[in-house]
Design a protein around this ligand. Structure first.
Ligand code: B12
Ligand code: SF4
Length: 450
């Protein structure tokens, strides 16, 4: 078969991200099929039209990474763009169109219907190889776990985690790689799948599963060296929380050191209780940016969100990271169940005490099906069973509304540049773009640290 994999994600905020998922999807396809990747960050529709005409794909896979930008005040949905792309492809190709990806897996049936594709593949993309083989051999693709059609039930069952071979087809000569090297020098890397924590609002365990599937640390280090050899000057570890398996994350860091990985990197961390030498081991291995998923700095809110730590652990992890010489940022998520003026005040008070850091405040929590927050919102009558969650819906706390929270945050933030509402918007992304053009690499929020 001739297979065209498309990454339609041209979002530049906070910066363009390498379409890592498609490396794994491409890696799942048997060698007898031909695969091309089209990344719309690197080509316009005229280029894509030429590629479709020349290559004449029989199967097209579209990666639906983002549903929306998850920012309540400046909400932007991408579903219409996916739908327009599918219609545009239909006018030029008779190929079967399949959707997949992280965003797709959160609401597969609704997205499939909205974009008008033929099939969807829920969960990990490794089953795409099986799908291509089934279509090639004229077998029923719907027998493959995770494959859905427009007639599937509204909430199709999640397929079990993929336990077969996982191969990343990272090509040094891939045309799109150059774009990311020229826009920040950043490529990405995965060290495991799954998150075992149970935070009430989070769809990650649904996307990747709760059970950790660890990649051999030496294998992760080999891939890091490959990215470095390909010209990357930075990489981001895309794991939901890099330290949700502390021994494995330490083993990966030690494997980086042993292999001689020399470029800096960043990752998401949960500010849980960690061994004293944790961040110094990470720093030795090249970690530069620690992005803490802190979410609140008031214990009742951390409890409400079912976070696996409390305020005291946040301060300890923060101090450990600073002592190891690392840049730290904290992501806060305000407005969940139980939020009130008092809890926002308590969080703001503690934010003042977090020194030498950047605080990204997301106000309003996106409600995703299958999460604890969804059930709470349903029980409280804030949404109904028929509410269309594809249109971004944000939980509305009883005690304070989003505008009230934003006013409190902005008033407290004053002129401080290290207190950022959301991901920093287009202004922040423009600054990052200019710095990337001047040769800086990485996420660059360290310039905001105060
Ligand atoms: C790491 C990460 C980031 C990092 C990326 C860093 C980097 N350099 O790559 C940062 C912090 C920058 C980031 C930013 C954003 N992110 Co983000 N991010 C993630 C995270 C944790 C992992 C993504 C990842 O790379 N996974 C590893 C790869 C291998 O997995 P994958 O892409 O999902 O691909 C697999 C499958 O999905 C599938 N697949 C993928 N494509 C296809 C295609 C086909 C045809 C098929 C069949 C299968 C398939 O196969 C792959 C292998 O199994 C996910 C949550 C999660 N756990 O998935 C959120 C997530 C993707 N992000 C999300 C969002 C919203 C954003 C932002 C818009 C947030 C913001 N306002 O800043 C931006 C957008 C950035 C951009 N330009 O697109 C949402 C998307 C859902 C939604 N609501 O739209 C997610 C799901 C988190 C969430 N809130 O639920 N993100
Ligand atoms: S630790 Fe992070 S990824 Fe894991 S469930 Fe909680 S919010 Fe989600």
């Amino acid at each position: 078969m001739r297979i065209l994999l498309i990454s339609p994600n041209t979002l530049r905020e906070p910066y363009p991200v390498y379409p890592l998922g498609l490396d794994y999807v491409a890696g799942s396809v048997a060698a007898r099929h031909q695969v091309r990747i089209a990344d719309l960050n690197t080509m316009d529709l005229a280029d894509l039209a030429r590629l479709v005409a020349e290559f004449s794909p029989t199967l097209i896979g579209i990666s639906c990474r983002n549903i929306d930008n998850t920012e309540a005040a400046t909400s932007r949905s991408f579903i219409r763009e996916y739908q327009q792309l599918v219609s545009w492809l239909r006018a030029r190709s008779r190929a079967l169109v399949v959707c997949g990806g992280a965003g797709f897996t959160i609401m597969p049936r609704a997205i499939l219907a909205a974009v008008g594709a033929d099939l969807g593949l829920v969960g990990e993309g490794e089953r795409f190889g099986l799908l291509a083989d089934a279509l090639d051999q004229e077998q029923d693709p719907c027998l493959i776990p995770g494959v859905i059609t427009p007639d599937s039930p509204a909430a199709p069952p999640l397929p079990p985690p993929w336990t077969g071979p996982q191969r990343r087809d990272f090509r040094d000569d891939a045309a799109h790689k150059r774009f990311y090297l020229e826009h920040g020098g950043m490529l990405s890397l995965q060290s495991k799948r799954g998150c075992s924590f149970r935070c009430i609002y989070c769809p990650y365990p649904r996307i990747e599963g709760r059970q950790h599937r660890l990649i051999d640390p030496e294998e992760v280090a080999r891939m890091a060296l490959k990215l470095e050899a390909a010209g990357a000057s930075y990489f981001f570890i895309t794991d939901s929380a890099f330290n949700s398996d502390v021994p494995h994350s330490l083993a990966v860091a030690r494997a980086f050191t042993a292999a001689g990985v020399s470029i800096p990197w960043g990752a998401f961390f949960a500010p849980v209780k960690l061994p004293p030498e944790y961040f110094s081991t990470m720093a030795e291995a090249g970690l530069r940016h620690v992005e803490f998923g802190t979410e609140a700095l008031a214990d009742p809110m951390l409890e409400s969100y079912r976070k696996p730590f409390r305020v005291r652990e946040v301060f300890t992890a923060h101090r450990q990271a600073l002592e190891a010489g690392l840049h730290t940022a904290h992501y806060l998520l305000l407005g969940g169940p139980g939020e009130s003026r008092a809890t926002v005040s308590a969080t703001l008070e503690q934010m003042e005490r977090l020194t030498r850091t950047v605080l990204f405040c997301f106000i309003g929590i996106r409600v995703y099906p299958g999460t604890g927050l969804y059930r709470i919102a349903l029980e409280q009558g804030r949404i109904g069973p028929d509410t269309d969650l594809l249109k971004p819906v944000f939980y509305q706390a009883e005690g304070i509304d989003q505008a009230g929270i934003e006013a409190m945050v902005r008033e407290r933030a004053g002129q401080r540049i290290n207190w950022v509402v959301g991901s920093g918007g287009s202004g922040g992304a423009d600054t990052v773009r200019k710095l990337h053009q001047r040769g800086y690499s990485g996420p660059l929020w360290e310039f905001l640290i105060r």
